[in-house]
Design a protein around this ligand. Structure first.
Ligand SMILES: NC(=O)C1=CN([C@@H]2O[C@H](COP(=O)(O)OP(=O)(O)OC[C@H]3O[C@@H](n4cnc5c(N)ncnc54)[C@H](OP(=O)(O)O)[C@@H]3O)[C@@H](O)[C@H]2O)C=CC1
Ligand SMILES: O=CCCC(=O)O
Length: 291
């Protein structure tokens, strides 16, 4: 199966490498074209525009930063719409809102193409290891056709029905995750300031009912105040913002998510947007060195 891949950031690169490793032919494009070099060394082909990738491949996957990037790659000059046609499938794995997914879907369908949104749960390491959770919605026939690729990319795929449901599910999950990360940060600081060993707190948490892979993975680096980016904080804040807008549309009050969003915004204002989202820890006053 020949797959086109648009967007070689943290996730796009990891997913493309994994597809190549499993014998898929992959043709890549990235806005900053120089980032394609590493993939070429591993056997990928490169094209100079998203349109050229779509022209060459029956199926094209995109993994882009946010709604504006996802729209630009489809609608701008040299974009996906110029070459999408009957018999071609476009699969957008970027985390966006339901409106963005619907706009893209309508445009692709109007050109005779097939569309699937397929945001993912899981970060850099699960992407490298093919252990993502895929939240697909849209054209069910296309979903079935690309299952061989999804089986390599993820450990489980969900088909969620109409376009928009994938985006909504992903935003709900990340809203919970962003809120948890803030509570966890406060807990680490509270333990430290009240004379407890944060590492012992991690051990206690890991044995109880709120044990989870995120605390286990991020806890030790947060204690060391190191935040190498796996999931960039600017993207987590984008997801909180989009989840809050979904809450707004549905009249769901979300005071905890709103507070978490403020903390991520504050972290961005401190210049921490490109670090891992666990860097929200740095917003806590108690962590800062005394003046
Ligand atoms: N990292 C993670 O753990 C996870 C991320 N996600 C989601 O996946 C998506 C990608 O995340 P991630 O790989 O971490 O992000 P990165 O910031 O590492 O990569 C973003 C990608 O989008 C491209 N891009 C940005 N703006 C534009 C634009 N205007 N036009 C064309 N391309 C553009 C970048 O190109 P360039 O190289 O030129 O800047 C790059 O390829 C996001 O929606 C994120 O929320 C989902 C699950 C986990
Ligand atoms: O959108 C990013 C999700 C990160 C994760 O699930 O660990």
């Amino acid at each position: 199966m020949e797959i086109g891949f648009l967007g070689l950031g943290i996730m796009g690169k990891a997913i493309s490498v994994n597809l190549l490793r499993h014998g898929f032919k992959v043709t890549v494009w990235n806005r900053t074209l120089s980032k394609c070099g590493e993939l070429v060394e591993l056997g990928a082909s490169v094209e100079e525009t998203p349109a050229a990738v779509v022209k060459k491949c029956q199926y094209t996957i995109a993994m882009l930063s946010d709604p504006s990037a996802a729209l630009s790659v489809v609608f701008d000059k040299g974009g996906v719409l110029e070459q999408i046609s009957s018999g071609k499938g476009y699969i957008d794995m970027s985390t966006v809102d339901a409106d963005t997914a619907s706009k893209i879907s309508e445009a692709i369908l109007a050109k005779g193409g097939q569309f699937l949104e397929a945001p993912v749960s899981g970060s850099k390491k699960p992407a490298e290891d093919g252990q993502l959770v895929i939240l697909a919605a849209g054209n069910e026939a296309l979903y079935k056709e690309v299952i061989p690729a999804f089986n390599v990319i993820g450990k489980k795929s969900f088909y969620l029905g109409q376009v928009g449901n994938g985006a909504k599910m992903k935003l709900v999950v990340n809203m919970i995750m962003g809120s948890m990360m803030n509570a966890f940060s406060e807990g680490l600081v509270l333990a430290d300031r009240s004379g407890l060993e944060p590492q012992v707190l991690l051990d206690v948490l890991d044995l109880g009912g709120i044990a989870n892979p995120m605390f286990k993975l991020k806890g030790p680096t947060m204690i060391g105040r190191s935040y190498p980016p796996a999931f960039p904080l600017k993207h987590q804040q984008k997801d909180m913002r989009l989840a809050l807008a979904l809450g707004d549309e549905n009249a769901v009050s979300m005071p905890i998510a709103a507070a978490a969003n403020e903390a991520f915004k504050k972290a961005r204002s401190m210049g921490l947007g490109d670090l891992d989202f666990s860097a929200v820890h740095e917003t806590l006053e108690a962590l800062k060195p005394p003046h």
